[in-house]
Design a protein around this ligand. Structure first.
Ligand code: PNS
Length: 163
C-alpha cells in the first residue's frame, strides 16, 4: 500500500497551537506529514531563526513519532512537494479573511503543478484569532500568550523577552 504524504508549509515564526490543531487534523487524513518551514536565503528575517523554528515544531509534534517530519525549503512549494513525493499541500483556514490569499495561492500552485492538490482544513474556533504575527506582537509587548503556543515556544519567547 502506498503512503499518503502531505506537506504542511508555512513560516511558523513561531509555531502556534492553531498550527498544531491543523497537524492533528491532517494526520487523520494522511499517513505522513512533512512540516516545511519556508525560508528565503537572501532575506533571512523573522523573530526566530529557521533552525529554532524547526526545533520548536519538532518538539511540539514529537508525540507523532515518524508520522511527522520537520524540514525547511526555499524556492517553489510545488517543487518541494513533488521532490518529496507529496500529493497534497495542507493549509489552515481561520476566518473568511484568509480565503482570498489562500485561494490565489492554491490556484497558482495548481497552475504550476496539476499533480499537487491543496487541502484546506479549519482549526478549532478557539484558534481563530491565533496567528504567529499577533503572537510575536503581543509577546514583544509583554502580553500573555501561554494559551496560544506550545510550552517550548512559550519558553523561547520568555527567554527572548527575558520574562
Ligand atoms: O505561513 P505563511 O507565511 O502564510 O506561508 C506562506 C507559504 C510559505 C506557504 C508561501 O509563501 C509559499 O508557498 N512560499 C514558497 C514559495 C512559493 O511557492 N510561492 C508561490 C506560491 S503561490
Amino acid at each position: 500500500m502506498s503512503t499518503r504524504t502531505a506537506v504542511y508549509p508555512g513560516s511558523f515564526d513561531p509555531v502556534t497551537n492553531g498550527h498544531l490543531d491543523i497537524v492533528e487534523r491532517a494526520l487523520a487524513l494522511f499517513d505522513h506529514l512533512r512540516i516545511a518551514v519556508a525560508y528565503n536565503k537572501d532575506k533571512p528575517g523573522g523573530l526566530f531563526t529557521r533552525e529554532d523554528r524547526e526545533a520548536m515544531i519538532a518538539e511540539a509534534t514529537s508525540q507523532y513519532g515518524d508520522r511527522v517530519s520537520v524540514d525547511s525549503f526555499h524556492g517553489l512549494l510545488v517543487d518541494y512537494a513533488r521532490d518529496n513525493g507529496a500529493g497534497a499541500v495542507i493549509r489552515g483556514l481561520r476566518a473568511v479573511a484568509d480565503f482570498d490569499y489562500e485561494f490565489q495561492m492554491a490556484l497558482m500552485n495548481r497552475h504550476l503543478c496539476t499533480d499537487v492538490q491543496t487541502v484546506f482544513l479549519m482549526a478549532d474556533e478557539a484558534h481563530f484569532y491565533t496567528s504567529s504575527s499577533l503572537i510575536r506582537e503581543v509577546a514583544t509587548l509583554g502580553g500573555d500568550v501561554s494559551a496560544q503556543v506550545p510550552p517550548c515556544v512559550l519558553r523561547a519567547l520568555n527567554d527572548k523577552f527575558s520574562k
